[in-house]
Design a protein around this ligand. Structure first.
Ligand code: ACO
Length: 334
């Protein structure tokens, strides 16, 4: 075991990537029985981005681009990383991990690399794991990626799921810092496996539990009981934020940004109203990108960072919930 003195963790750079191709509510209304008005009212989504597979775009390409940009932002080379953690539910292959393919794309040499699956919590779980590994002294510099190309998992005849999801990636480069108070000061990674039938991607018919109420879709596509997920999420989101505030003794005023998974505008608005969070501290981009699962929180962090709304010295709270069921928080002194 490597012994080292206590250290902190610095976010040395961030990046994100989204495809150019837009899928609007009008496009979906031409494919299934839905309307722009219904989608905006129930979800807040106006359009989402999806990869263009005919143009050679892929989930791995999105993941690679986001980390390339985070490395540029940090003025670092992929060979400076000693680990890459890639969170996704839509990796093209399970072997090798997408993290290894990203490492190859970026010419990262012999860096360690693995994938992590925690559905929409993927980025927040990965930031927590990376912070802990650096603090343990085992790693010095870690590239974290949250990336999903949900369009590859959607049955576009199922109006219950096709309206929600889009494709995006967010990445961060984390490095060891001498100040132990810098980095993640509180984290939660929890779940309740009993809830998995509310949201799953079956490969075979036998993967579908008897009595499951999610609508049938093609095998290999996401099945979701939207009402169940909504009921779970609307309470859990508020609980996770309140827990992070009370465990750290922080007040809403102390926090620069609450970076929330973009699941559904109504879920975000409900948590905001119940806790009393001001609009300017809860960034929303779901109207333009939909729910990009593991990509969502990292995309928000990058956009906030580039807009000057997250700065060195700020405290931010990242929160997410997702399939599994899983939920997670990560409180950072940036
Ligand atoms: N367009 C028009 N009508 C629709 C559509 C649609 N796209 N989808 C459903 N409806 C209809 C239903 O058939 C139903 O009709 P009925 O009353 O005649 O039966 C009616 O609208 C209401 O359906 P609900 O399913 O109750 O609609 P709800 O208000 O719950 O909205 C939604 C559905 C948007 C999916 C919502 O349940 C939701 O956002 N759930 C949370 C999903 C979520 O956050 N998932 C992400 C987890 S992330 C992860 O880990 C991958």
């Amino acid at each position: 075991m490597t012994m080292s003195k206590p250290c902190g963790v610095r976010i040395a750079g961030v990046g994100s990537a989204v495809p150019d191709k837009r899928l609007t509510n009008a496009d979906l209304a031409s494919m299934v029985d839905t309307s722009d008005e219904w989608i905006v009212q129930r979800t807040g989504i106006k359009e989402r981005r999806i990869i263009d597979r005919d143009a050679g775009e892929s989930q791995c390409w999105l993941a690679t681009e986001s980390l390339r940009r985070a490395l540029d932002d940090a003025s670092m080379d992929a060979k400076d990383l000693d680990l890459i953690i890639h969170a996704s539910v839509s990796s093209e292959m399970t072997c090798p991990s997408n993290a290894c393919r990203v490492a190859d794309n970026l010419d990262a040499g012999t860096t360690g690399a693995f994938d992590l699956i925690a559905a929409c919590c993927g980025y927040v779980y990965s930031m927590n794991v990376a912070d802990s590994l650096i603090r343990s002294g085992r790693h010095q510099a870690i590239g974290v990626i949250g990336c999903d190309a949900m369009s590859t998992l959607i049955d576009y005849t199922d109006r219950g799921v096709s309206i929600l999801f889009g494709d995006a990636a967010g990445a961060a480069v984390l490095t060891r810092d001498e100040d132990p108070n810098r980095g993640c000061v509180y984290q939660v990674m929890e779940g309740d496996g009993r809830g998995w039938p509310s949201l799953f991607i079956p490969r075979n018919e036998r993967d579908v539990p008897s009595g499951v109420s999610a609508p049938p879709t093609q095998l290999g596509c996401l099945r979701m009981d939207g009402r169940e997920v909504y009921k779970f999420a609307v309470n859990k989101f508020r609980e996770v934020i309140e827990d992070a505030l009370s465990a750290t003794g922080l007040s809403v005023d102390d926090v620069a940004q609450f970076v929330c998974h973009q699941s559904n505008m109504r879920i975000i608005e409900s948590a905001k109203a119940k806790i009393g969070l001001p609009d300017e501290k809860v960034y929303v981009n779901i109207d333009r990108y939909g729910n990009s699962s593991s990509g969502s929180v990292g995309l928000c962090v990058d956009q906030l960072w580039k807009a000057g709304k997250i700065n060195s010295g700020d405290t931010i709270i990242m929160v997410a919930f997702g399939g599994g069921m899983t939920w997670s928080s990560s409180v950072w002194n940036v």
